[in-house]
Design a protein around this ligand. Structure first.
Ligand code: KIV
Length: 274
């Protein structure tokens, strides 16, 4: 008789317990096969709205819909058993009011089975974070460079490069922590500011282009695998999958053209009659 080992998913309190402890390992993930590969190695997989650019070739994240997030969220849930799965709330699905945010976040939770949602914004989103967490939906916050605001910010700009900007960003971090977010992504933020915020707030900070002092790090998986021809400057590439895929496809094309492809007779030999 073989014992069935039940794998338990990482929980929100377990992620919170990483504050000032072991760094939280996070990666984005949008599909089932990669979710299976990542599952054993990461604490959190984020189904980020960056999937609009990475999976669908969009210019920005603004065209991503709730249905797209749910579709990819379900795929990642099917591919994983252990990591905590967070699904991004896309542009237009939560900003209007805490009630609308709750309704859409509840849809994400119910239709994907994920544990938590992420939404962009600091102090201006505190009321919404409080509202949804009080009603059972764990929220990861996201401050600093918030890609859904790039039209207003005038592009992807590192935040906090002058000390005059710091108090507002620190206030954002405190506001989301006080509102009940279980962690906060610090994206595209001057290193000393991200380190200072990490020391100042009670929830884990997850850095991306921010500081090694953060309580955890996240990268877009395709960037760190070498699939993005123009990755952000802070990304370390741990593989060259872009080059590997091209080489594999070149070899395949050359086999097909040279008729080196195994014929079906080798794989499924003809059965002898009688
Ligand atoms: O959408 C995303 O992938 C993100 C991460 C970059 C944090 O928000």
């Amino acid at each position: 008789m073989s014992a069935v080992v039940q794998v338990k998913r990482v929980t929100v309190p377990e992620i919170r317990a990483h504050k000032n402890a072991k760094p939280v390992v996070c990666l984005t993930c949008y599909h089932a096969h990669t979710a299976r590969l990542l599952d054993e190695h990461v604490d959190v997989m984020l189904v980020g709205d960056s999937l609009g650019m990475v999976m669908h070739g969009m210019e920005t994240t603004l065209g991503v819909t709730l249905d797209m997030m749910i579709l990819h969220g379900r795929a990642v849930m099917r591919g994983s058993k252990r990591a905590l799965i967070v699904v991004d709330m896309p542009f237009g699905s939560y900003e209007e009011s805490p009630q609308i945010a709750f309704r859409n976040a509840a849809r994400v939770i119910q239709e994907t089975g994920c544990t938590a949602v992420k939404l962009e914004g600091g102090a201006r989103m505190a009321e919404t974070i409080h509202y949804i967490t009080q009603r059972g939906i764990p929220a990861m916050a996201h401050i600093g460079l918030t890609p859904q605001m790039t039209q207003v910010m005038g592009g992807f700009k590192t935040q906090g490069r002058t000390e005059a900007e710091w108090p507002a960003i620190e206030a954002d971090a405190k506001a989301v922590a006080d509102a009940g977010a279980f962690s906060v992504v610090l994206e595209g933020m001057a290193e000393p500011l991200a380190a200072k915020i990490t020391r100042e707030i009670s929830i884990p900070t997850i850095g991306i282009g921010a500081s090694a002092e953060c309580d955890g790090q996240i990268l877009v998986m395709e960037d760190m695998l070498g699939l993005n021809p123009n990755p952000p400057r802070f990304v370390r590439e741990y593989a060259s999958m872009g080059r590997d895929i091209e080489a594999a496809v070149r070899a395949y094309a050359s086999d097909v053209r040279a008729r080196r492809f195994p014929g079906a007779e080798n794989v499924y030999p003809m059965k002898k009659a009688g």
